[in-house]
Design a protein around this ligand. Sequence first.
Ligand SMILES: [Zn+2]
Length: 318
Amino acid sequence: MEKLYLGADIGGTTVKLAVINGDGDIKKKWEIKTNTENRGASIPQDIHVAFEEALKELHIEKDQIAGIGAGAPGFVDTDTGYIHEAVNIGWKDFDFGEQLKALTGLPVWVDNDANLAALGENWLGAGRGAEHLIAVTLGTGVGGGIITNGQIINGANGTAAEIGHMTVVKEGGAPCNCGKTGCLETEASATGIVRKAKNALTDFEQSILKDSIVSGRLNSKEVFEAVYKGDELAVTVINDVMDTLGLAIANLAIAMNPEKIVIGGGVSKAGDLLLDPLQEAYNKYALNRTREASSFGIAELGNDAGVIGGAYLVKKNQ
Ligand SMILES: [Zn+2]
């Protein structure tokens, strides 16, 4: 009998769900709305019901299911699936893993969403088969997942690979959601890129981004488009941001000597416009021998990375 794996990727607006087999073929994927009312209390039940309905529809018996791998944005105790805090969802001190296990009667593994995305890319995406991998997610925030000796690392209390909160500006850095200032997330996220472009306008009054900046409509995609057109403001800002990110990754690389560095998230759609300056910075800051072992790639699984990573988390642990 073919074993099947359930993946759940819980975000602030939707919960992405999938039924996946051992080869990584997606039998079904869909999403439900994240009900954040009542501090997200109904989410375990919503996920349970959604999976029950899907298994019925696909004529799959429960004993075919090896387990559920779920991810949430926040601080997760991976041993128990206890969520210390997931701000976007409303959870605080929430025993998500235990609840989902009790409702479904299935084994459940929980990790944070960035770690799940790293696992997904490691199984079927740009980091396929890598034993030593850094995955960076560049979106409204900056997330990270680190795989070393084939295992995702969580650390003493689940904050390993929270690379968005590496301090990269010692003084006068922008405030971060975590309470610190000068975090990588404040510099290299989509939000950070836009803020830096705004601040640079006084030095580059002739920039083609001026109208967007002044009207407050600017987004990071537009900044990369302006790089493509050779706009000096955009080139300066992106080179500066990628220099900081390359430095952060080079320093991380000394700790775990990656063979693959995968860049994902919305900002990674910029492709080579992002990778070229990033690699140049990494090459400048990394130890030569460390650099020789590693290559960069853009994430391949898009929005499916989390659910595929969830399935892989079960497959690896069962
Ligand atoms: Zn921070």
